[in-house]
Design a protein around this ligand. Sequence first.
Ligand SMILES: NC(=O)c1ccc[n+]([C@@H]2O[C@H](COP(=O)([O-])OP(=O)(O)OC[C@H]3O[C@@H](n4cnc5c(N)ncnc54)[C@H](OP(=O)(O)O)[C@@H]3O)[C@@H](O)[C@H]2O)c1
Length: 238
Amino acid sequence: MYRNEKGCGRAIQNSGLDRSDVFLTTKIPPESMGYEDTKRAVDSSLRQAGQEYFDLDTGLRILLSILIHAPYGGKEARLGSWRALVEAQKAGKTRSIGVSNYGIHHLEELEEYIQSGGGGEISVGQYELHPWLDHSDIAEWCQSRGIVVEAYSPLAHGTRFREPVLRTIGGKYNKSPAQVLIRWSLQMGFVPLPKSVTPQRIQENSEVFDFELDEEDMKLLDTGEYSPTDWDPTVDED
Ligand SMILES: NC(=O)c1ccc[n+]([C@@H]2O[C@H](COP(=O)([O-])OP(=O)(O)OC[C@H]3O[C@@H](n4cnc5c(N)ncnc54)[C@H](OP(=O)(O)O)[C@@H]3O)[C@@H](O)[C@H]2O)c1
């Protein structure tokens, strides 16, 4: 969907980084829900990212993780997609599997399927998470089960940098609003996924391990607001 699998695969191959240091995540798009379509989507992603060039049997293989992008298509399609991901994992095509944008009712449906013999393990849950989008119920559901919570749009898609609270807290530590948001995400126990096409910002976004927000800062950032910057399929009833 983002048309960046090929570029990411090539960048990783050319980076010289030890592949065990790299996490590459891709997703099954909504139009590929269901068992057969998901199987095809996994193979297409692997081809696009150039996985056939990687040695899948050594410890150096990329830590690939494949997530279902959104809980669309109804129960049968969701569970069919999951079955295809479990098979892909067993076949060594991906290290871990998970979901994105699943509401608690979708997560419970999947948990019941897994526990009743469907198999697999939800390793990752990816959600829009920042101080102006309270998904704490879902994050707690995942974290209490040891599921890694990835925060997408952790910078609120670049829409909140002028919030006074970010200026105040940033001033205290001499950090930018983006760095405060990434730090908040880390302290919430999330894995933030800040996006930038600007090298200087990518560098800036990595410089967040030399300060810590205190309790008061965290409280100020606990706005309780529910303002998605993008879609929110977690509330989908189907
Ligand atoms: N699972 C899903 O449904 C879903 C949905 C949406 C997004 N995502 C994922 O989440 C990732 C990030 O989300 P996002 O792109 O929506 O939002 P984001 O990371 O919250 O914000 C990105 C915006 O912030 C700007 N920015 C980044 N660092 C900055 C800095 N240090 N100072 C000032 N501006 C800065 C970027 O500008 P420049 O790029 O111009 O530097 C861009 O405009 C994406 O890579 C995507 O894979 C997932």
